[in-house]
Write a protein that binds this ligand. Sequence first.
Ligand code: UDP
Ligand code: MG
Length: 313
Amino acid sequence: MKLNVIIPMYNEEGNVLLIHQKLSETLKDIKYELIFINDGSIDKTYEKLEEIYNKDKSHIRVINFSRNFGKDAAIYAGMKASKAKYTTIIDGDLQQNPKYILKMIEFLEQNDDYDQVAMVNKNRAKDNFINKIFKNSFYTFINILSDTKFHKGASDFRTFRRNVVEAITSLGENNRFSKGLFSWVGFNTKYMPYEVEDRHSGKSSFNLTSSFKYAWQGIVNFSIKPLKLATIIGFISSFGAFIYFLIVIIKTLIEGSSVPGYPSLICVILFIGGLNLLAIGILGEYISKMYLEIKKRPIYVTKNKLGFDDDIL
Ligand code: UDP
Ligand code: MG
C-alpha cells in the first residue's frame, strides 16, 4: 500500500462525514487506507466513524481509545498501525486541506534525499496579538534552550517515509511532544508553506492555558537547561547576598549599628526565598516527569478496533 493517513479525532462528530468525503475524493487515484483514532470523544464521533466504516470498509480502520489520551497519543497509535510506504498525519476538523497530501507525496517521490515533509502555517495573520506573541516567544525560547531545533510554525500536518515512522514509534516515552520527536529523530525535512482554513464544525480543544501547558511540556521534555538555570541563578543571588552581607558589616563597623535598613533586609529575604522556590519548582517539574515515565504505563489504551485483523480485543 502506498499511503496511510492518520486522523486524530476528539469530539469531531460534525466533521467525520466531510473529512472522509474530501480524503476519498483527493486520494481516489492512489492505494490508501485511513486510520481514524477516536480519542475518547464524548459526542457522537465514534458512531459517525462506524457509519463511514460500514460504507467504505476497504479504506477505513478505526482505533477507539478507552478515554481521552491526547492528540500525541493518538498520533502514536496511528503511526504504530501504519504499514504503508508513506504516512500522513492530518487534523480531523478540515483546517488542513487534504489536497496538500498529494503535494507532499509528489515531493517525496521526486526527492530521494528527503524523508519527511512538514506543512508550515503561513497565514498567521489570523492569530490574535496575544497568540502571536506567545507562539513567537515559544519558538525563540525552545530553540535557545533545546539542542533539538524547532522550525517556526511547522505543524503536525506531515508526511513521512517508513524509516521515519519506525524511528518515531521506537521512542517509547510517555510524555510525547510530537513536534519535538519529529525533529529529534533527524532525517532531511522539507518545510512547505500552506494556508490553514477555518474549522468546519465544533471548536478547538486548545485555549491559551492548555497551549501554555503544552509549550511548557515541550521545553521540559526537550531541554535540561532550566535545571542548570536554577543552579546559576541560585549561585549568582547567593553571591550577591554575600557581597551585600560584607557591605553591611563594614558599614556597621564604620557608622555603628542602625535600625534603618530593615526594608532592604526584607527585600533580600523575599528575593532569595523566591529563588529557592523557583529552583525547587523546576526540580519538581523534572522529577514529576521521571515519576510518570518510570511507571512505564502504556501511552494509550484501546477499547476496540474496526477494520484490523485482530478486531476483537
Ligand atoms: N485532538 C485529539 N485529542 C485531543 C485534542 C485534539 O485527537 O485531546 C484532535 C482534534 O480532533 C483535531 C486535532 O487533534 O483533529 C487538532 O485539534 P484542534 O483542532 O482542537 O487544535 P487546533 O487546530 O486548534 O490546534
Ligand atoms: Mg483545529
